[in-house]
Design a protein around this ligand. Structure first.
Ligand code: ZN
Length: 202
């Protein structure tokens, strides 16, 4: 904890002053142009890998970058999606999976999660993706495939949210599927229509 407090001191001393004007503007405006949905994994830092400044990305992070389909009841994820699309008017929504994802590894390998009941329950949102795996998907390839299937499934789930469905119909928002590779720093983009992947470049 001491390191975190020291980091905050360093932020105030070194990072804040050169951005004072930006923070002053951000104190009264909030106009991000993209919603980034990523995994809670500490190694996947949305602003770092996309080199965005504060105020530029609206971020939701969940275990396994899962987006449950729209449903009844209070749901913080649905509320954040609705706010990003309807109130902030984001033009792009990115669902970003990643290599070595603990959630996807546990699902692909059938890990015993009896000591993690809440996690096991949450990961049921990836059941449809897991159902697409076949015995031909083995080892590391099985995990990598599930990571890709899972990103595609979450893009499908996003479409069930009324705010997203409406914005898509009006051509006001675009959906993007990514897989970030921690070891190489590369990002693979998924074309859900063709199933093809390509390396992300500007
Ligand atoms: Zn993960």
């Amino acid at each position: 904890m001491q390191e975190i407090a020291a980091g905050f001191e360093r932020f105030r001393r070194e990072a804040f002053p050169p951005r004072a004007e930006l923070f002053q503007r951000l104190a009264t405006t909030h106009t991000p142009n993209a919603l980034f949905i990523g995994c809670s994994d500490a190694r996947v830092v949305p602003e770092l890998i996309t080199q965005r400044e504060p105020g530029e990305l609206f971020v939701i992070r969940t275990a396994g970058n899962l987006v449950p389909p729209y449903g009844q009841g209070a749901d913080g994820i649905a509320a954040s999606i609705e706010y990003a699309v309807n109130a902030l008017g984001v033009a792009d929504i990115i669902v970003c999976g990643h290599s070595e994802c603990g959630a996807m590894t546990a699902l692909a390998s059938g890990t015993d999660m009896s000591q993690l009941p809440a996690t096991a329950d949450w990961l049921r949102h990836a059941d449809a993706s897991r159902a697409l795996l076949t015995p031909s998907h083995q080892g590391d390839e099985r995990i990598a495939t599930l990571i890709r299937f899972n990103v595609a499934a979450q893009l499908t789930n996003l479409r069930t949210h009324p705010s997203v469905a409406r914005a898509l119909a009006r051509d006001e928002v675009s959906l993007h599927g990514w897989v970030y590779d921690i070891g190489s720093g590369r990002i693979e983009t998924l074309d859900t229509a063709t199933g093809r992947t390509a390396e992300l470049s500007a």
